[in-house]
Design a protein around this ligand. Structure first.
Ligand SMILES: Cc1cc2nc3c(=O)[nH]c(=O)nc-3n(C[C@H](O)[C@H](O)[C@H](O)COP(=O)(O)OP(=O)(O)OC[C@H]3O[C@@H](n4cnc5c(N)ncnc54)[C@H](O)[C@@H]3O)c2cc1C
Ligand code: FES
Ligand code: FES
Length: 1323
């Protein structure tokens, strides 16, 4: 044992959910998450491992010696080193409540509000909310609740029901959180079946009807079962208290070890810390580990010594002094934020200009879990060029105190501390001790700026800190001092030195502004191929920020004539403020029997909110089980010259490596054509192609060994865009480009494979939408009959098409070592690998020519479309076909020619994604509708309406429309959204605001339901009735959050006229229902509902009466197999005639957005959606699907940008995916939900074509989010018109801040671009 300043300890203790656990030495390499999952607490999930999704959130409690109280806060367990929580109490979702002892109100509320679909994100949300309640002395505000959830991502729900579930704990409704209020509820208060809370939807629905008015059943009562710590009511024995031992126990210094010689120290005194630093000059100091953790795990940097400085008092000071604030380097950002808020309240306003700037900047800094652990010094010393705080420290004139190993202290201005890329003025023997932030003086102003892809929890594209100190000289205000610092434009936070020199001594007026803009262009120099790309955007932002600063300061001083600014400019200075989200759901309930038609909650939701629901990776491994990692290609196109596995074989825990030569059966795989290799033999055709698989005793060891396999390549030319694959440049046709989209299911791909009877049978549990495909792939690669291979899937944490075909090769890869070694093998992909190798929504490129009359009536369309398939066919042809079917959207086109081509490129194979090409086809249509509108100077809605298809319309593939409700729902939405008024309001707003613009749009959709491949439209089911009258249903569909099992169980319950609670669906399994189609194409409820109904009918007829037990005694078979095929469908591609679809789901959406033309920031103010779902089997689940699809669609049209190493992104290695994690790829967060978000279901239109008159819902609403894209475009049109540009311009999705800002031409952007500039896109 090495002493730390004379003392040290290896006695590490931790409490987890009230249970004392001694932490053995040797685990310094483990994260808290790994430890928790290793001890069987699998409720805490691994979604990304980089602090970006919140699935791993747990609550940490410890006794704070200074505050003399317990503090509770949420952290990301995936980044927290295990020993960092020594002496603390960890509460995981299992410790909050469970089904046996009772759910906590937070869990109950989320379950009842339909806030959990696939459930993978759910424990994280529960823990964030729980930690907020436990840490709040008073009930939190609605704003605090939304803020605390900023670090949690959900890909299924669209967030609205989660917000609704948690808002019941907000201040406005604090009575609800008490036991008293719950008893009030029990006495019959109205509860909304959609939100699970006292109904807030008494307001009018979209069509003026009372929302949910038919669903006030008392059985939906909310029954909180636990206590409220917030209002001081009594503890129940279910609530975990802070362990008394930890109250009494003093922290001790620690010295512990980890894998690979890693040393972990926890000094408690500065002296000890300095001694350690002297002894280990290369040691990394750790507080939040949010930088170091990423470096060690994702960048694979090996640090040997980590020193946790979180408990060194000298580094934790927070002193308010006469001249400023002293901040210890280890102070956590959430503490700092609190302190800033306090001093802003307490001190003179002019003194706290810097503090206010920090408050605003920290608000948009990471999620709450990160802010709860990340420290100030960590951010400073990392010296990231996009640090949000460093430009502010510099601008605000902060000073850093630095201490060396001998205790000598020196002070340096923040401005001089940063030397280069992640390089600071610290010698190896020095550390940052504290920061001193001076108060600002009268006429001294400090302001922050940040533009990111996503407002919440995202790193900046460009940020800035700016300060100016003005002095009165006679009539004028003259700049006495200033500093303008930018992040994101250079390898370090960059001070605009020439601009500073220029402004000093100048009057604060227009002349200064114009001069400063010129000097900024000189100061900020970005090369064309600068890392990060977006060069023109970043340069424009630097000027936009300064312009905003100029306006803001002018507004502060606004007494001089020369500085008066036009009123229409003021909105440029207003920060983004979002009100609490207002959701509205309007539907009627058409009950059929005991359950069909009821807004039942998801059958697994209670398991999901308690963390008891199991996913593939949660399955316990047998003691001799192995973990697998893939050996992946690093080249987009190359010949494999040699594979050297010698180093891998000597790697710790190594158990085997398997290549193509080891595959016992057929190495060729593929869902339609076998054009892929399981393991590459001679050539690789994309980065991330699988070359082999390595197995080892742990996941980490398997990855380590796989990384040691050395492959020699001969590089070959690679095709890295559709343009390169096919020449589409010639011709006079209009071009368009649509970007792809990553599925970002919260649960990464995972399979556990094992053998039975010494390898004669192979079984697996897989996270897949297509268990049958897993069975088939595995049987083929192992050379076994399908009858000896079984795939089971209980539930999956989201799929969205990404686990339809691209999950099967993962199971197949794991099956090879499992079969050959006769051992269980688990292969769970890390998030970055998953994103890199499993394909995405197809990018599309194409061209069109559209003919129309002067009224805007369509005459003809000539369309050519190309999709980027990647390196194999997979489902690309079917995706292209659906795009071709849907490229009329809802419009009559008398003459039409559509040609499509699949393009092979050197990217991973792209695949199915919600909508399956339909949204791409429809987006093309809406694009030319919009173009016609611009050319005729009309509103797009006018053009839409005069071209609508209707009852009896014959489509371009000869199918005739029947039961078309398009016109009706369009009119209802137009009326309820008051479209004309909204347009006029936006126009008025735009006239009054130069730098903010609003836009509106209303978009229709028609989505064809059925697999377009006829044979896939079949379904099987098995229904067993037991002697106690309960029913076990098995069918071929997979539960992935969409509520399929719930709906199918409702069908069975109504069929037997029994309560829903008597029906159980356990899992999907290929040995129960064989030869199933993937759960896809939105058709699963139609198909499996009908198959189950068929089985129930067989059981019911003579056999279920009067009682199952009696039937049994009569020797009557109580089990039946049901089967269903969709009738009357089929399409012949030779004649281009037929009925590919059983029916259509129609819908429409209205959206209103606001954009900031200077930065490209946008938000959706309103989204109203209406869908025709016939008589919904479960309207609450359907509303959840609509909201979730809309928000996912919003990601596609406006946020999520894939960046590949291609000609447009030369700074990324060729063929590599840059956006391979939540850090760089931004799906919508809670902050992106429309302020007003309404969903209504068309009433009174049963669908004669599907079970119980319902309609399919999964994919149809996705495209409706394009209303947001076209509303953004509408706003940009207004901005361009203001500078005289009325011509048509294309706007590709996603409408990122870059695309929005660069399309809004103005005097700042025109310095860098022409009016026809288009930001780059990986296509
Ligand atoms: C999901 C996520 C989101 C993020 N979002 C943002 C964001 O929006 N804006 C932003 O700017 N950053 C962001 N970051 C980066 C990171 O959170 C911050 O830089 C954070 O402040 C680092 O603090 P830490 O305590 O976690 O650092 P650690 O990882 O513990 O340490 C970081 C580095 O600082 C050094 N160090 C720490 N203390 C001292 C000291 N006293 N003296 C000398 N060296 C020291 C360590 O040796 C180490 O090299 C994000 C990170 C993640 C994972
Ligand atoms: S798994 Fe920890 S934040 Fe995603
Ligand atoms: S329910 Fe949130 S990710 Fe599925």
């Amino acid at each position: 044992m090495e002493p730390i300043g004379g003392e040290s300890s290896k006695d590490a203790v931790l409490y987890v959910n009230g249970v004392r656990r001694v932490l053995p030495d040797g685990l310094a390499h483990l994260t808290l998450l790994e430890y928790l999952r290793d001890i069987g607490l699998t409720g805490t999930k691994l979604g990304c491992g980089e602090g970006g999704c919140g699935a791993c959130t747990v609550m940490v409690s410890h006794y704070n010696e200074v505050l003399k109280k317990c503090v509770h806060y949420a952290v990301n367990a995936c980044l927290a080193p295990l020993y960092s929580v020594e002496g603390m109490h960890i509460i995981t979702v299992e410790g909050v409540g469970n089904r046996k002892t009772g759910l906590h109100p937070v869990q109950e509320s989320l379950a009842r509000s339909h806030g959990s679909q696939c459930g993978f994100c759910t424990p994280g949300f529960i823990m964030s909310m729980y930690a907020l309640l436990r840490s709040s002395e008073l009930p939190p505000t609605e704003e605090q609740i939304e803020e605390c959830l900023a670090g949690n991502l959900c890909r299924c729900t669209g967030y609205r029901p989660i917000i609704d579930a948690f808002q019941v704990f907000a201040k406005t409704d604090d009575a609800f959180y008490t036991n008293t209020s719950s008893s009030d509820l029990q006495s019959g208060e109205f509860l909304c079946p959609s939100t699970g809370k006292p109904c807030s939807c008494k307001s009018k629905g979209l069509n003026g009807a009372e929302t949910c008015k038919k669903s006030t059943a008392n059985e939906n009562k909310y029954e909180p079962v636990s206590y409220s710590e917030v209002d001081g009511s009594t503890y129940t024995d279910k609530e975990l208290i802070f362990p008394p031992e930890l109250l009494l126990r003093k922290l001790t210094p620690l010295y512990l070890n980890g894998f690979g010689g890693l040393k972990w120290f926890r000094p408690l005194k500065i002296q000890h810390l300095l001694e350690l630093k002297a002894k280990f000059p290369d040691a990394k100091l750790v507080v939040g580990n949010t930088e170091v953790g990423i470096e060690m795990r994702l960048k694979r940097i090996q640090y040997k010594v980590l020193i946790s400085v979180a408990h060194v008092p000298e580094l934790n000071v927070l002193h308010v002094k006469d001249d400023g604030l002293e901040i210890g380097a280890a102070v956590r950002l959430s503490e700092l934020l609190q302190m800033f808020r306090k001093v802003v309240n307490e001190r003179a306003a002019h003194e706290t200009s810097s503090c206010k700037a920090f408050i605003e900047q920290i608000k948009w800094f990471a999620g709450t879990q990160i802010k709860n652990v990340a420290c100030v010094g960590g951010n400073i010393c990392t010296a990231s060029p996009i640090s949000d705080l460093n430009p502010l420290w510099m601008a605000a004139g902060a000073k850093f105190q630095i201490i060396d190993c001998k205790g000598n202290i020196r002070t340096i201005m923040a401005e001089n501390f940063f030397l280069g890329y992640r390089k600071v003025d610290l010698t190896s023997g020095e550390i940052l001790l504290s920061i001193f932030l001076p108060w600002t003086r009268p006429f001294e102003y400090v302001k922050e700026f940040k533009q990111a892809h996503r407002r919440d929890d995202d790193i900046a594209i460009v940020n800035a800190g700016m300060r100016v100190f003005l002095e009165e000289k006679g009539e004028d205000l003259v700049v006495s001092d200033s500093l303008i610092v930018y992040g994101g434009v250079a390898p370090l936070s960059l001070s605009a030195v020439k601009t500073k020199e220029f402004v000093i001594g100048k009057n604060w007026d227009q002349e200064l502004l114009q001069g400063a803009l010129k000097f900024l262009e000189i100061d900020i120099f970005l090369k064309e191929d600068a890392p990060g790309g977006m060069v023109e955007f970043r340069k424009s932002l630097t000027l936009s920020f300064f312009f905003k600063f100029f306006l803001w300061v002018s507004q502060q001083i606004c007494m001089k004539k020369s500085t008066a600014i036009p009123l229409s400019y003021l909105s440029a200075t207003q920060p983004f403020q979002r009100p609490s989200i207002m959701g509205n759901q309007d539907y009627e309930i058409r009950k059929h029997g005991t359950s069909v038609g009821s807004p039942e909650i998801h059958l697994s939701s209670r398991l999901q909110v308690t963390g008891e629901a199991e996913y593939a990776d949660d399955t316990p491994m047998p003691s001799n089980g192995l973990h697998a990692a893939l050996v992946l290609s690093r080249k987009p196109h190359a010949k494999i010259l040699s594979i050297d596995d010698s180093e891998a074989k000597s790697s710790p825990g190594f158990a085997g490596i398997f290549l193509a030569k080891d595959v016992p059966g057929d190495n060729h795989i593929g869902p339609i054509t076998h054009d892929e290799e399981l393991f590459a033999t001679q050539y690789v055709t994309c980065v991330g192609q699988v070359i082999g698989v390595v197995v080892a005793d742990t996941h980490e060891n398997a990855k380590l060994a796989a990384a040691k396999v050395v492959i020699e390549y001969e590089e070959l030319p690679a095709i890295l865009s559709i343009q390169e694959a096919v020449n589409v440049t010639r011709s006079s046709m209009e071009k368009f480009m649509w970007d792809g989209q990553e599925h970002f299911y919260l649960e990464p791909q995972s399979s556990l494979v094992w053998t039975m009877d010494s390898g004669s049978e192979v079984h697996m549990i897989s996270s897949t939408q297509a268990p049958q495909k897993h069975q088939k792939y595995v049987a083929e690669v192992l050379g076994l009959p399908m009858s000896k291979v079984v795939c089971k899937t209980k539930r999956i944490g989201g799929g969205f098409g990404g686990k339809e075909t691209r999950s099967a090769f993962i199971a197949a890869a794991a099956s090879v070592p499992s079969y050959l070694l006769n051992r269980s093998v688990k292969l769970t992909l890390d998030r970055d690998v998953d994103m890199m190798i499993t394909g995405q929504r197809h990018t599309f490129l194409g061209k069109y020519k559209v003919g129309f009359t002067k009224e805007g009536r369509l005459l003809a369309l000539d369309l050519e479309i190309y999709n980027n398939a990647g390196n194999s066919l997979d489902l690309s042809l079917s995706v292209l076909e659906r795009a071709m079917f849907h490229s009329d959207n809802v419009y009559e086109i008398p003459n039409i020619r559509i040609r499509g081509r699949v393009c092979f490129t050197n990217f991973p194979s792209h695949t199915a994604f919600r909508g399956f090409g339909g949204p791409q086809g429809m987006l093309i249509a809406e694009n030319w509708i919009q173009k016609i509108a611009v050319e005729l100077n009309k509103n797009p809605e006018e053009i839409r309406e005069i071209n609508f298809q209707g009852e009896g319309s014959i489509l371009h593939y000869s199918q005739q429309l029947q039961y078309c409700t398009l016109g009706q729902l369009w009119n209802e939405l137009k009326l309820s959204s008051d479209l004309l008024r909204a347009r006029e309001d936006a126009k008025q707003f735009n006239l009054q605001n130069r730098w903010k613009k609003r836009g509106v749009a209303m978009v229709p959709t028609k989505f064809g339901i059925s697999f377009t491949t006829k044979f896939m439209n079949q379904a099987g089911a098995l229904v067993h009735v037991y002697t106690d009258g309960t029913v076990l249903v098995t069918h071929g569909g997979v539960e992935m959050g969409q509520g399929l099992h719930t709906k199918v169980a409702q069908v069975a319950a109504s069929a037997f006229n029994i309560p829903l609670s008597s029906v159980f669906i356990s899992e999907t399994s290929t040995d129960k229902v064989p030869n199933t189609s993937p759960t896809a194409a939105s058709a699963s409820s139609d198909l499996y509902g009908a198959a189950v109904l068929d089985a129930c009918e067989q059981n019911k007829g003579t056999r279920m009466e009067p009682l199952a037990g009696a039937c049994y005694m009569q020797r009557i078979d109580l089990s039946a197999h049901g089967f269903y095929i969709t009738p009357d469908i089929g399409f012949d591609w030779k004649t281009c005639k037929g009925n590919p679809f059983n029916y259509y789901t129609y819908g429409a959406a209205f959206a209103e957005v606001e954009i900031d033309t200077l930065t490209g920031d946008f938000h959706t103010r309103t989204a109203n959606i209406i869908l025709d779902l016939g008589y919904s089997i479960n309207p609450a689940i359907d509303v959840g699907q609509i909201e979730g699809a809309f928000i996912q669609g919003l990601g596609w049209v406006a946020m999520e940008e894939l960046k590949w190493g291609d000609a447009a992104h030369k700074w990324i290695p060729p063929g590599c995916l840059y956006t391979s994690g939540p850090g760089s790829y931004k799906i919508p967060s809670m902050n992106d939900v429309p302020f007003k978000f309404s969903v209504s279901l068309l009433k009174g239109h049963p669908n004669v074509k599907a079970i119980h008159s319902s309609k399919a819902v999964g994919e149809p609403p996705f495209f409706l989010a394009s209303a947001v894209l076209f509303a953004i475009k509408d706003a940009i049109i207004a901005a361009r018109a203001e500078v005289g540009h009325h011509e048509w311009f294309p706007l590709s999705n996603p409408a990122t801040p870059e695309r929005i800002r660069m399309a809004c031409l103005d005097e700042f952007s025109s310095r860098f671009i022409d009016s026809d500039f288009h930001p780059k896109l990986s296509i």
